[in-house]
Design a protein around this ligand. Sequence first.
Ligand SMILES: NC(=O)c1ccc[n+]([C@@H]2O[C@H](COP(=O)([O-])OP(=O)(O)OC[C@H]3O[C@@H](n4cnc5c(N)ncnc54)[C@H](OP(=O)(O)O)[C@@H]3O)[C@@H](O)[C@H]2O)c1
Length: 424
Amino acid sequence: MLSNSLVRSAFGASRSRVGGLSCRVRVSASLTAPTQNQWQGFNCRHSLESKRWISVYGYTQAKALVYSRYGEPKDVLQLHKHSISAPHGTQVNLRLLAAPLNPADVNQIQGVYPSKPPFETSLGTQAPCAVAGNEGAFEVIATGSHVTSLSKGDWVVMKQTGRGTWRTHAQMDESQLIRIENKEGLTPLQISTVSVNPVTAYRMIKDFCDWDWMRAGEEWLVQNGANSGVGRATIQLAREWGIKTLNVVRERKTPEETEKLKQELRDLGATAVVTEAELLSGEFKNLVHDLTRKGREPIRLALNCVGGKSATALAKTLAPGSRLVTYGAMSKQPVALPSGLLIFKDLAFHGFWVSKWGDKNPQLKENTINDVLQLTRTGKFKDIPVEELKWRWDTECAELVGGVQETLSGFRSGKGLLRYEAEE
Ligand SMILES: NC(=O)c1ccc[n+]([C@@H]2O[C@H](COP(=O)([O-])OP(=O)(O)OC[C@H]3O[C@@H](n4cnc5c(N)ncnc54)[C@H](OP(=O)(O)O)[C@@H]3O)[C@@H](O)[C@H]2O)c1
């Protein structure tokens, strides 16, 4: 048995009442030297490390990536160790399976995203903090005595964004969670990335255009950022619903790499793929004319996550009475629109934010998730490419934070994905 002082120091900044427990299932502690890796410059404290354990009283150790001020992830994210009590009443204890690193997550840490989770001290941090991350897949590891909708072993996602998903373990009320019905045939990657990007694509296609279903295969949508998570979801959902897609991507370093990317998207179901340069060229109008059979197949919806000239060029392709929906601003350029498009073509311009939509339509959000997962099960909705970052109990803070910092670096081979490898 370790002395109380050693046990206490193994908990770091966690609640001291846990450190005082004298009965342990498994405890080990060792000093971990800082590694000389590429992330060493980041603002992470190296502290006395310990193995994870669960006490006989049901307390479990957890780690979370937290921030107590806004800034670049490398400057403000900390790995905080704390303890979680056994769940009471309708509480549920969760273990992380996987969580993506989305652009909005980084914007939130930078303080430039409209939704800002409250800074709190409930995890025992000295300064009030928020847990980073907005979506992820978790496994239920324990339930309170009044939980009715969930059981140990179930997989869940959060009902709302902003709850903090970059954490090894969490305690939530069952009302905050959506149970994945029939997780058979699904992977943590698929479930952890279903509730933001595919839902955004699904709702924008369904809710902003009154498609003429009698003309399946004769109507189009156009989108930029087509290689993004939302873009890939849009391509596949549109294909399933008989809508043709004209997709814009950024050029790669070589023509071969660009062609490879275009082919990848065509394999997903994209009807046509062009680069940003092709979109802005003088030839583009003729290409659209040919693709749409001289306008007989109207482009009725534009989805914009880039802004600037790219958004303007999308708008110009639209048939009269169509809509452009802006849902992102990757180029950080404003959307500028020629007045003629508003006056003479009667185009309408909208914005969409899935967080706000989901809060207003919780049941519809759950139904949308289930629809996408059903397509996934049947092989009609493919996984997004990811760069997996394994999170083991003893993974260095700097390694995790380095992965987060790369999220907005651009031209990546895949979206960053935290994959927790539990030892218990
Ligand atoms: N409003 C909403 O409810 C909502 C929901 C989900 C996502 N979003 C937004 O949608 C956008 C995409 O998110 P995601 O998670 O799908 O992205 P993602 O999978 O992480 O991919 C990011 C995409 O952005 C592109 N990109 C990066 N910088 C760019 C630039 N300067 N110009 C043009 N394209 C650029 C990248 O192009 P390459 O492939 O060429 O690298 C990549 O395709 C983000 O702005 C995000 O905040 C909004």
